[in-house]
Design a protein around this ligand. Structure first.
Ligand code: NAD
Ligand code: 6OD
Length: 488
């Protein structure tokens, strides 16, 4: 599965399943087309997995659990995991180009965020796994108790299309570090980098059968989530899909980790550093075409700086170049698929019906004949319960609302089923700590956005997720603890 690079372009690849260390086609021979969202050209074909393919992958993963992987000394396993990170970096240009072809995102972003972070996910967990311990207690002179970790077993990793390699590796690295075997299912919309990743794992020394991958749509995912012999599911995607997976996993009582949708508030007080606010809010609104679960798409601005914020924010947002993902000047690429593009455009119609004012944008990007491009869009004048303020749009579309008091804005911020993340801008540290504790979200960034340390708990509350990943939280999910009591 080598790819050759010309310009910043690579040859796109056809995507096969990866089972027991080999690329294989579907048992039923089915394929579907993979489309470049920036050009609408067909990039290649993707194997469409059925139940038989999933059965085969799970069987192989179960067998590999008992093999050399489960019994490998910790340092040796850690070295292999580190090597996966090294090989991702060695193939960075190629992986970044494939990611941009698949997703439509700017190539500089693929390199800077997706691929670098994918490598770091492996480097981080390769180190972390050698230092994590468990609990032990001495109970007077009666007994000692200690807990031992063991892998959960066969884990299904199911992922979305917005940060394909970053999110797959965010799950794969700790799952492997904890000694599990896996069946991955990348999004049907963005299958290419995961396909290369499978080969990279093998090249790094991961034994055959430990990392398996089946491509396909929701039905393929459902064959994994309902499989009798899968022990746990780590899922990132839409809230409604999470709910469906929960039902499918219930009969076999699988362990679940869910990272789901969000509609995150970005709360800006008048005492914040406005220049910093504007530059960071540009990113938290429009980076990756707004297709980041953590984007702050509900912006609340304290009234004294509302007009000034709007003027400066709109001026900077208008400068963002929309277009060819392989043009280094491009800041906003194509939306990931025609289906998603239509969904985002439908919200622009809804905003009009709801009485919103488009400060900028509100339409498809001009001068681009092909591809799914939408202009960065800033909407004002909508009520908090309007659909564009309350529903996840997942595109380059934000709403801005003024507020007068802390109480008022806190009510608006928490008046949602979602609870993923939030940004809070103020120079008043007392206010920052007071309000951070009130915001119903798994993550609150104060005077910043998407600043990550992989040791910290990552995840959402309410309808934005179940559980936390990152550092020890990942290890707790991807391992089982057995407590041993030794009578003295
Ligand atoms: P999606 O839920 O439609 O699909 C995600 C994955 O689930 C895909 O691989 C898909 O094929 C699979 N799938 C679909 N139906 C399934 C079923 N019934 N059983 C098993 N698998 C099934 O999500 P998407 O549209 O690909 O991604 C966008 C969503 O992901 C947004 O809601 C976004 O907020 C969310 N997201 C959340 C986080 C987070 O960390 N909380 C991160 C990234 C994206
Ligand atoms: O940074 C991460 O670990 C992570 N899971 C980011 C998710 C972003 C959502 O689109």
């Amino acid at each position: 599965m080598e790819t050759t690079e010309t310009r910043t372009e690579v040859q796109p690849i056809d995507c096969s399943h990866y089972i027991n260390g080999t690329y294989v086609t579907s048992n039923n021979g089915k394929n579907f087309e993979n489309v470049n969202p920036a050009t609408e050209e067909v990039l290649g074909v993707v194997a469409e997995g059925g139940k038989e393919d999933v059965d085969q992958a799970v069987r192989v993963a179960r067998k590999a659990l008992k093999g050399e992987w489960g019994n490998m000394p910790l340092r040796q396993r850690s070295a292999i995991i580190r090597k996966v990170g090294d090989l991702i970096l060695e193939r960075k240009d190629e992986l970044a180009a494939l990611e941009s072809l698949d997703t439509g995102k700017p190539i500089w972003l693929s390199k800077k965020v997706d691929i670098d972070r994918a490598a770091y996910n492996f480097h981080f967990f390769a180190d972390y796994m050698t230092s994590i311990g468990t609990e032990s207690y001495q109970q007077d002179d009666i007994a000692i108790h200690y807990a031992v970790r063991r892998p959960v077993g066969v884990v299904g990793l199911i992922n979305p299309w917005n940060l394909p390699l970053l999110l797959m590796t965010w799950k794969l690295a700790p799952a492997l570090a904890a000694g599990n075997t896996v069946v991955m299912k990348p999004s049907e919309v963005t299958p290419m980098t995961a396909t290369v990743l499978a080969q990279i794992c093998s090249d790094a020394g991961v034994p055959d059968g430990v990392v398996n991958m089946v491509h396909g749509f929701g039905e393929t995912g459902a064959a994994i989530t309902s499989h009798d012999d899968v022990d746990a599911i780590a899922f990132t995607g839409e809230t409604v899909t999470g709910s469906t997976i929960m039902k499918a996993a219930a009969p076999t009582l699988k362990k679940l980790s869910f990272e789901l949708g969000g509609k995150n508030p970005n709360i800006i007080f008048a005492d914040a550093d406005l220049d910093d606010v504007i530059e960071t809010t540009l990113k938290s609104s429009f980076i990756n075409q707004g297709e980041v679960c953590l984007c702050g798409s509900r912006i609340y601005v304290e009234r004294p700086i509302y007009d000034e914020f709007l003027e400066k924010f709109a001026e900077r947002a208008k400068e963002l170049k929309v277009g060819d993902p392989f043009d280094p000047e491009t800041k906003v690429g194509a939306l990931v698929s025609e289906e998603h593009y239509r969904k985002v455009l439908s919200y622009l119609d809804i905003a009009k019906e709801e009485g919103g004012n488009f400060l900028i944008g509100g339409k498809v990007a001009e001068g681009l004949d092909k591809g799914f491009f939408v202009e960065p869009t800033i909407i004002t004048g909508l009520e908090n319960d309007s659909r564009c303020v309350s529903e996840e749009i997942f595109g380059p579309v934000v709403t801005v609302t003024p507020f007068d008091t802390e109480e008022e804005v806190m009510h608006q911020v928490n008046d949602t089923h979602y609870g993923l993340s939030s940004s809070l801008w103020t120079s008043n540290i007392k206010r920052a700590t007071r309000l951070s504790a009130q915001i119903e979200a798994g993550m609150v960034w104060v005077n910043t956005w998407f600043l990550r340390d992989l040791r910290t708990p990552f995840g959402g509350m309410k309808h934005s997720g179940i559980g936390r990943e990152g550092g020890a939280h990942s290890f707790d999910f991807y391992s089982e603890l057995t407590n041993v009591t030794v009578k003295l």
